[in-house]
Design a protein. Structure first.
Length: 278
């Protein structure tokens, strides 16, 4: 009997927050996980990593469905797994994305692995009155939140069609309504939603699943440039694991069914003003 090839997932923004949580869960599900991030100096990794996928399983003590196990992980445990492959790359440098993808595909081919999952998670946000935003911050949001997912998808779609793979785009509930004080950010997330919807209709006949997850305020560093933050009450914000649960649900529905969009909200609609800096 022919040995089943290992599945490979590529996750952007994998060094922290939602992306890190996704990486941990995918390891538990048996994926070889390639995580793109600007820096893994704190959150990863041994000085050397194996490109052969040697070793058994993902992270010790982590079950494929166990949130409790995830919550027990030390802060920087992710890259202790031989099956996590950190890719240090500045996603704003979009001209170099095709070369990056080419090198990754060569590595996957050499290892005999199947690329089956692209998670476009990386995102950046700047808030305030639109005329007060810096032009370079607007460009950064457009590149990271919209241009990068479109380019990575374009570069990898042929192999995803061949392998009947999945694409998961992490958008935001801001894509669904107007966003005063977050005009540019909301526009990029609405663009990502529009891209995802059209791609779903274009690629579904080839066996590719396209899912967009639209979370409300989640307890991550996304709001570090804002004058507000997620309310600390558990029923007033989302946790990264809530987004991961939605992703796993989309990936594990029966063959022949698809989950194009998932909207996630906390029970209460409440944000917290940051204390003014002294």
């Amino acid at each position: 009997m022919e040995e089943q090839k290992k599945n490979v997932a590529l996750v952007t923004g994998a060094s922290s927050g939602i992306g890190r949580a996704i990486g941990v869960r995918l390891l538990a599900l048996g994926y070889e996980v390639y995580g793109i991030g600007r820096s893994f100096s704190e959150s990863t990794a041994p000085a050397e990593r194996s490109s052969s996928g040697a070793g058994e399983g993902g992270l010790a003590g982590l079950s494929a469905s166990g949130r409790d196990d995830f919550s027990e992980l030390p802060p920087f445990r992710l890259c202790e797994s031989d099956h996590f492959h950190p890719v240090v790359f500045d996603l704003q440098d979009t001209k170099k994305l095709p070369a990056l993808v080419k090198s990754l595909q060569a590595e996957w081919k050499q290892a005999g692995w199947r690329f089956t999952l692209l998670v476009n998670n990386a995102g950046t946000a700047y808030y305030g009155l639109h005329e007060e935003l810096r032009a370079e911050h607007i460009s950064e949001m457009v590149r990271v939140n919209l241009e990068v997912p479109m380019i990575l998808t374009q570069q990898l779609l042929r192999v995803l069609k061949k392998n009947h793979g999945s694409i998961v785009n992490i958008s935001s509930v801001t894509a669904l309504s107007s966003n005063p004080h977050g005009v540019a950010y909301g526009a990029t997330k609405a663009g990502l939603l529009s891209f995802s919807r059209s791609l779903f209709d274009e690629a579904r006949k080839y066996g590719v699943r396209v899912t967009t997850i639209l979370p409300d305020m989640t307890d991550t560093r996304l709001y570090r440039h804002a004058d507000f933050q997620a309310d600390p009450a558990l029923d007033a914000h989302l946790e990264p694991e809530d987004v991961v649960d939605a992703l796993v649900y989309a990936l594990t529905t029966r063959e022949g069914s698809c989950v194009p969009e998932i909207v996630l909200r906390p029970q209460l609609h409440r944000i917290q003003k940051k204390a003014p800096k002294s």
